[in-house]
Ligand binder design. Sequence first.
Ligand code: GAP
Length: 458
Amino acid sequence: MVDDMQKLVNYCKANGFMYQGSEIYGGLANTWDYGPLGTRLKNNIKDAWRKRYIQERDNSYEIDAAILMHPRVWEASGHVSSFYDPKIDCKRCKTRFRADNFITEISKGKVNGDSLKFEEINDYIRENNVKCPVCGEHDFTDVRKFSQMFETYRGTVDDKKSIIYLRPENAQGEYVNFLNVQRTTRSKLPFSIGQIGKAFRNEITPGNFTFRTIEFEQMEFQTFCKKGKDSEIYEYFKEYAKKFFKDLGIAEENLRFHNHDKLAHYAKEACDIEYKFPFGWGEINGTHNRTDYDLSRHQQFSGKNMSYTDSESNEKYIPYIIESTIGVDRAVLAVLSDAYQEEILENNEKRIVLKINPYIAPYKVAILPLTKKQTEEAKTIYKALSLEFMCLFDESGSIGKRYRRQDEIGTPYCITVDYDTLEDKKVTIRDRDTMQQERINVSDIKDVILKRIKKFEV
Ligand code: GAP
């Protein structure tokens, strides 16, 4: 795994996984653009999630709800009143800090800023004569609320009445469609609605690369169930998410559960899965028992009856919701952090290799003609394999250098077309991790690769 975040940032930029957002304008803080490799990897992880959470499960349905929702949705959800960070500003250098994290850092972890009230944070700063880490002055504003919701206006009038919000989570799209999905799929409880989509949060805390961004993607999964079944389903989905990460190829020792001490306003039970990033443990999944809070609130704010009627007993009730959400960008970051390796080979050469699960690797195969004399044959093989896999064609540089390039971006298999291929209709297949080579028939390449990748299927 990678030992330094900056190394991973450099690696991702150099190889086309991610680039700084709006780079040619000096960048926009906490935004990142996915390049060709990053986009492939992200899509492969989303596809693996779809397979695991929607396709392989009974009674699970995917939706794609609008990002812009009725503003009352966010009043009902509690976001308008409660979704804020405590902030303080240095009056001298104007640097803004998220106050709770600031206290935890300044006190070197002795005080948990998260557990303090606003007044207590103000007192701590005053009594300990806390200095701004940027300019060294002790001159802060009091703690204030900083809404994490991005506001925009619909129509042409910029006034309070026309405010709409960029959604800060996908979940509400699933909740407001609960009755629609239940009715149109004729589902009985428990059933689940999943969604992959963008969310937006006006984050103050610096990002740690793509770990904390102002625009990110979530893979959300909401299971609607009867009260009484909720805790069992909650425990089940905690383990289900952990298994998903392990199957993506993340080492188990780099994953841990973290139960919340302080519960969100809607939660009865809450637990994160954290990954051991180079900067420390960080949340990549959250599983919450949200009780009947969300649907009850939507019933109250919309005036629409959100109860479910049990078709056998005729009992009517508002279901409980178990939510298990994975951040797509954090999953990508965890997979990359875990797979990155530097090896010293027998000849003392350093090899950077991305030992990523072949099933989610951006490219599955690279086709390499040994010399330009084999280009035509290699192109024919490349075209045929491209019907099945994401393939790369590379004919520039020595074969050793080309292997290294593929190792670095995690391509699990290289096919080398050499002098003998025209005669014996065989090629060499090289394995990224073992570096072992084997001679196989051209006609068998597709099946050999399919069989090897199948072993890693998520
Ligand atoms: N609907 C529940 C919800 O949104 P959350 O714990 O706030 O819960 C879920 O977010 C997941 O979304 C997190 O586990 C994390 O992976 C991801 N996430 C949250 N904020 C993020 C941010 N600013 N940047 C990138 N990913 C983020």
